[in-house]
Ligand binder design. Structure first.
Ligand SMILES: O=C(O)CCC(=O)C(=O)O
Length: 245
């Protein structure tokens, strides 16, 4: 990993999003890809429906969810001590792995992700929770990179509305007014990662290219955070409106 922990924390606190180049090595990226391929081919059909969301064609995987629960290999990856040590200062406490998931953004059919703040899904207070978004494929301007509004994590939670998008059921009531060219665009080589705070506003466009844009996400919170019942109510309503979530 190419990182200076003090600089990482300062940048994360200022911007709500940071980039870590070479978060995983080329060999580790290849191992992630091999295990995802194997899991989708051999295991997914026999897992509960909350293990995945498909694209509109009802067969291409849009997201894998709960890999920390359904796959021992990904559980071990999420529990790696070097990764937890890196994120500990950012979650201001002892990190707890709460999710391992994918945003596959497959070639041509990969759908977009509406403007949202993750804490509308996570519902944690204080919001000491984050996502490590690891590029497994190259992320380019063309294949649907994630755009983040720098500093937006300092504004608190913005009004939400059900989005109607499968896999991303709760979006922001209004998209960000910050122009796209002023947002942080996560352009990544395979193995690079971004880390974003759970209240940083972000979104991504559909993938209309011939190149897949697979991302592996590790989600952590500090052990001290608790569920906020008001956020949870809004989330439950959105999930009901966009089933499956
Ligand atoms: O991968 C994407 O396009 C969106 C990812 C996202 O919304 C997230 O990391 O919370």
């Amino acid at each position: 990993m190419k990182t200076n922990p003090n600089q990482l924390l300062a940048d994360y606190e200022r911007d709500g999003v940071v980039c870590v180049r070479e978060f995983l090595s080329a060999d580790e990226v290849a191992a992630v890809r091999a295990e995802l391929d194997r899991y989708i081919r051999d295991d997914l059909a026999s897992q509960p429906v909350d293990a995945r969301t498909f694209e509109k064609d009802d067969k291409t995987v849009r997201n894998l969810w709960r890999l920390e629960k359904y796959n021992a290999w990904f559980h071990r990856l999420g529990e790696r001590e070097d990764i937890k040590a890196l994120v500990a200062p950012l979650v201001r406490g002892e990190p707890l792995l709460v999710g391992v998931e994918t945003f596959n953004k497959p070639a041509r059919v990969g759908s977009g992700v509406p403007y949202h703040q993750d804490n509308a899904y996570f519902c944690q207070t204080p919001p000491d929770m984050l996502t490590v978004w690891i590029a497994i494929d190259a992320v380019t301007e063309a294949n649907g990179p994630v755009f983040f509004v720098r500093g937006s994590h300092k504004e608190g939670m913005l009004p939400t509305k059900p989005s109607g998008v499968r896999g991303n059921s709760i979006g922001m009531a209004e998209p960000s007014k910050v122009p796209l060219d002023e947002q942080y665009c996560g352009l990544l080589a395979p193995g690079d990662a971004t880390i974003h705070h759970c209240e940083t506003v972000h979104h991504s466009a559909p993938n209309t290219t011939d190149f897949s844009r697979l991302g592996l996400l590790l989600v952590y919170r500090g052990t001290h955070t608790q569920t906020d019942s008001k956020l949870k109510q809004a989330y439950s309503a959105a999930v009901t409106a966009t089933s499956p979530a």
